[in-house]
Design a protein around this ligand. Structure first.
Ligand SMILES: *Cc1c(COP(=O)(O)O)cnc(C)c1O
Length: 432
């Protein structure tokens, strides 16, 4: 065994070696900026090879809720590595998977009874869709249409892409995505129309999948709980199952542990990932009610849910999740969430009348600032890259979605670091 480099690569730095062998996600590799080698993470910061510090203001793609290399999670993960790293999850089980399900189910809004494990958000969504479609099939009332929001994002696998809004991300595949009934986000003006639309589709629609309160990748588009509640109620009245995709909103992001706590009518299924392990390990969870689970119990083998991944319920990931839950449930975490919410609100008031601010939005610990671009579309395409580089230069990781700047920080971010990020956005508004 040798960990020495091949001689021809010995003179290259990590960015150059990366360029030779790596294809990065969501990246046009032709003109990508050099990828920054990160050598260490601690709390809200990551550090590059030259010691430059970056504030991780997007929680490393929305996964990191308690900060990097959290000592409690690190300790539990390290211990588990010497006990059981992984075991096949068909025919076998283990304490971390059972304990996590036992602790997670009572925390979820409404009555959730069973956990199905996968290993990321997209697969958690795939499982939810399959549960719903096969539920109706198993009950011999087949329905094969799915209802979703127009600008939704539910992941990058084909099923998850199909129920996501059609966009530049899906363009190359649109002809192969299955047909979905897309509806607008609800508001006071259209809620009655939407309810009528749903009632009309009841015979063919198996389920309604939604990101509660906020559509993330679609541009941090926010809508009110009261109208989602009405849509969920309408689905229930019309025999349509409901799937809450809380992959981004789960674990405190919107101010409560789960966004659906704000609803009086609770969904049948939840999809969780991202913050689940505190951002340490990949893991996905799909939970459901016994009503759904029981429809798969049968002597007929065809009624089985034939789905599973090699790393289903990985013990290390489960242990990371248990440790993350410990931290989430500490009173200081909820206090931090409230502190961030309050500071965000003050900052938005300060900038809302700026000429370059077209719109501001907030849900819990997430704020979004829409940049006024006028009609200059070429400027728009450049703006995102300008802003991204501007913040990086200031030691802040912010990844605008087009002309929308958002902050989605780990809950442990200090007031000083939040003020620094706000200051950088204010100076961007003046300088760019
Ligand atoms: C990120 C995300 C997904 C996909 O999760 P991955 O782990 O990236 O596959 C699904 N739904 C929502 C709402 C997300 O934000």
């Amino acid at each position: 065994m040798s960990d020495s480099l091949q001689p021809e690569n010995a003179q290259l730095n990590l960015t150059e070696r990366d360029q030779k062998v790596i294809w990065h996600p969501y990246t046009q590799m032709k003109n990508a900026l050099p990828h920054i080698p990160i050598v260490r993470g601690e709390g809200v910061y990551v550090f590059d090879e030259h010691g430059k510090r970056y504030i991780d203001a997007v929680s490393s793609w929305w996964v990191n809720i308690h900060g990097h290399t959290h000592p409690h999670i690190a300790k539990k993960v390290a211990e588990q590595l010497t006990v059981l790293e992984h075991v096949i999850f068909a025919g076998f089980t283990h304490e971390p998977a059972v304990l996590l399900a036992e602790r997670l189910l009572p925390l979820l809004p409404g009555q959730q009874d069973k956990v199905f494990y996968t290993d990321n958000g997209s697969t958690a969504v795939e499982v939810a869709l399959k549960m719903c479609l096969q539920y109706w099939d198993n009950k011999q009332q087949p329905k094969n249409k799915i209802l979703a929001f127009k600008n939704a994002y539910h992941g990058d696998t084909f099923g998850a892409m199909s129920v996501s809004g059609r966009s530049i991300f899906t363009d190359a595949f649109n002809s192969l995505l299955f047909d979905v009934a897309f509806i607008d986000l609800p508001n006071a003006d259209n809620i009655e129309t939407l309810k009528a639309q749903i009632a009309n589709l009841k015979a063919e629609v198996a389920c309604f999948i939604f990101e509660p309160l906020i559509l993330g990748s679609g541009g941090m588009l926010m809508y009110e709980a009261q109208y989602l509640d009405e849509l969920v109620a309408t689905c229930k009245q019309n025999n349509i199952l409901t799937i809450a995709d809380e992959v981004m909103t789960g674990f405190g992001r919107t101010g409560t542990y789960f966004a659906c706590e704000k609803l009086t009518h609770k969904p049948d299924i939840f999809c969780l990932s991202k913050g689940l392990t505190g951002g340490t390990m990949p893991l996905g969870v799909t939970t459901c009610t016994n009503e759904i689970y029981n429809a798969f119990l049968s002597d007929d083998k065809l009624k089985t849910l034939y789905h599973g991944h090699s790393f289903t319920a990985n013990p290390i990931s489960c242990v990371a999740s248990l440790a993350s839950l410990d931290i989430l449930l500490e009173s200081t975490t909820l206090e931090n969430i409230k502190r961030i919410e309050a500071k965000h609100a003050v900052f938005l008031q300060e900038i809302k009348n700026h000429v370059k601010v077209k719109a501001i939005r907030q849900t819990g610990t997430i704020i979004a600032i829409e940049w006024e671009t006028g009609n200059e579309t070429s400027y728009l395409s450049n703006l995102r890259n300008l802003l991204y580089a501007y913040f990086l230069d200031k030691g802040i990781i912010l990844r605008p979605l087009g002309n929308i700047i958002y902050i989605l920080p780990p809950y442990i971010i200090s007031n000083e670091d939040l003020d620094y990020v706000y200051g950088a956005i204010k100076s961007a508004l003046e300088e760019i």
